[in-house]
Design a protein around this ligand. Structure first.
Ligand SMILES: Nc1ncnc2c1ncn2[C@@H]1O[C@H](COP(=O)(O)OP(=O)(O)O)[C@@H](O)[C@H]1O
Ligand SMILES: [Mg+2]
Length: 263
């Protein structure tokens, strides 16, 4: 299994859309994918037609055993999605009680890593949709993953949020054997606006080694896909957004090869 986290300490930047678009494209390529919704808002869970306010069992259950994960529990929590190659580990609103806990003291930092270890043979990829706050859940997402995708909305304020996320990553890296490779993904790009063009330039200057050279355009078909509960490529395989996500996936797979060679 390969594990990717999608994170940014800012909401509305395209984390959930990116997680689902990439999962859909991996499934289309024949991969078995588990998507993990670690955001207490449960957008990914809702996307696939499950109600995070009503679910009796969710990722929250994984955190109730002093950092240990009971054998078999992860498999029991999986829910179906619009694609039979994608399974969902759902969020529920109860997760919010964990979000702000300090990970150092709780001993709960590796719960998701242990969870995925149990699912290692059943899936080719895990994609973790992360919450916008630095707490136990974000730490779990980063600790479990081998590669990080940071979607950044192409508008001026977004650069500040990215700086914060990169700072968080530096902190997490101190307790990892190897630094976590990351790719910055410009999202919601509108070439007609100064803000989009200007921000893209700033990002490329500030993070030349980490920025993906493409961008995800504003594409209402992505929003339409979410209203139907389908992955973007199921909904409209030829839309501009999906075409851009295909390029991104290719880039991430190439990055992964580099990371494997170094490891
Ligand atoms: N490239 C895009 N074009 C148009 N709408 C988008 C795009 N990416 C995301 N959206 C929409 O923007 C909103 C926020 O995106 P979302 O992926 O939920 O962000 P996050 O998970 O970071 O909060 C959603 O309504 C989503 O459908
Ligand atoms: Mg989200």
């Amino acid at each position: 299994m390969r594990v990717w986290a999608v994170a940014n300490q800012k909401g509305g930047v395209g984390k959930t859309t990116t997680s689902i678009a990439l999962a859909g494209l991996l499934a289309e390529a024949g991969k078995r994918v588990v998507v993990v919704d670690l955001d207490p808002h449960g957008s990914m869970t809702s996307y696939f037609g499950h109600n995070p306010d009503a679910l009796e069992h969710s990722c929250y259950d994984l955190f109730l055993n002093k950092g240990q994960v009971p054998q078999g529990l992860p498999g029991q929590l999986l829910l179906p999605t619009s694609d039979d190659k994608i399974a969902l580990l759902p969020s529920s609103t109860a997760l919010a009680t964990l979000e702000r806990q300090s990970p150092g003291q709780s001993g709960l930092g590796l719960v998701i890593a242990k969870t995925l270890a149990q699912l290692w043979q059943d899936f080719d990829y895990a994609i973790i949709d992360s919450p916008p706050l630095l707490g136990v859940l974000m730490v779990n997402a980063l600790a479990a993953s081998q590669q990080l995708v940071i979607p950044v909305q192409t508008e001026y304020l977004a650069v500040k949020g990215l700086e914060r996320m990169v700072g968080t990553l530096a902190m997490i890296n101190r307790s990892r054997k190897q630094p976590l490779p990351f790719s910055i993904v410009p999202t919601l790009f509108d070439r007609r606006t100064q803000a989009s063009m200007g921000t893209l330039r700033v990002l490329k200057d500030a993070y030349p080694e980490h920025i993906w050279q493409g961008y995800i355009p504003v594409d209402t078909r992505l929003r339409d896909a979410s209203s139907k509960g389908q992955t973007p490529s199921q909904f409209d395989a030829k839309s501009r957004g999906v075409v851009a996500y295909r390029h991104l996936l290719k880039h991430l797979l190439a990055q992964q090869l580099v990371a494997q060679q170094v490891a």
